[in-house]
Design a protein around this ligand. Structure first.
Ligand code: ADP
Ligand code: MG
Length: 224
């Protein structure tokens, strides 16, 4: 059997707010195989973002073990975390977080350049991804000149620019109307499958979750 892309063991996270302790994650175990796309379902406040932030090495303060591509990552220093995020992970959020002064194409290219691609290579990849999502005629538009669905497609392009081992998506279509959300998610899943990446996609939408390879549910701090 090939090595899991993600292995999470006993992940726990509590927050203290005004002297009150809330145990958000109480021992989460999750393994994702190469090429597998997993939906993370749970109502608002169940800890989906907390789990994705831990796996994305964006937050400390948790207990448990996390391995990405066979490498233990929760013990890494800042430099190591940055390397793993840059070389192995891709992120999509509910809000696009695109750079407002750069075009759609430039936003995707920058992700490639940061990871060490040449201008030509990063440009070709950006064109390929954006064209595949129907944005061939929007390459030079800035985020403010794009619709919500188009902005999220650019954010997807940025996340996939370097063919990451694992894509972490936190309600990636949560701000879109139902029809647009379904289309953008379908395009995202097609691209992720084509390039053989794995993905963990938080959503509270059962219909969207059903399109993925497997569904896991966060309930009372654990996965079921
Ligand atoms: P979801 O993404 O499923 O909506 P979150 O992971 O954002 O849930 O939040 C889970 C719980 O953790 C919520 O009760 C939230 O209030 C709490 N929480 C999240 N982040 C913090 C924080 N930085 N400080 C205090 N409580 C937090
Ligand atoms: Mg959330």
């Amino acid at each position: 059997m090939s090595e899991p892309v993600l292995k999470v063991e006993g992940l726990a996270r509590a927050f203290e707010q005004g002297g009150v302790r809330i145990d958000v994650l109480k021992g989460v175990d999750l393994t994702i195989a190469p090429g597998e796309i997993v939906a993370l379902l749970g109502p608002s406040g169940s800890g989906k973002s907390t789990l994705l932030q831990a796996v994305g090495l964006l937050e400390g303060g948790f207990q448990g073990r996390i391995s990405i591509g066979g490498e233990r990552v929760e013990t890494l220093d800042n430099q190591g975390r940055t390397r793993v995020r840059r070389d192995r992970l891709g992120f999509v959020y509910q809000f696009h977080h695109l750079l407002p002064d750069f075009s759609a194409r430039e936003n995707v290219i920058l992700a490639g350049l940061v990871a060490g691609k040449s201008d030509a290579e990063a440009g070709a990849r950006a064109d390929q991804l954006l064209t595949a999502m129907g944005l061939g005629a929007r390459l030079t538009h800035r985020p403010s000149q794009l619709s919500g669905g188009e902005q999220q497609r650019v954010a997807v392009g940025r996340a996939l620019a370097n063919k990451p081992l694992l894509v972490l998506a936190d309600e990636p279509t949560g701000n879109l109307d139902e029809a647009t959300a379904a289309k953008v998610l379908a395009e995202f899943l097609t691209l992720v499958r084509e390039q053989g990446s794995s993905a963990l996609v938080a959503t509270h939408n059962e219909a969207l979750a059903a399109r993925m390879d497997r569904v896991v549910r966060l309930h009372e701090g654990r996965l079921a």
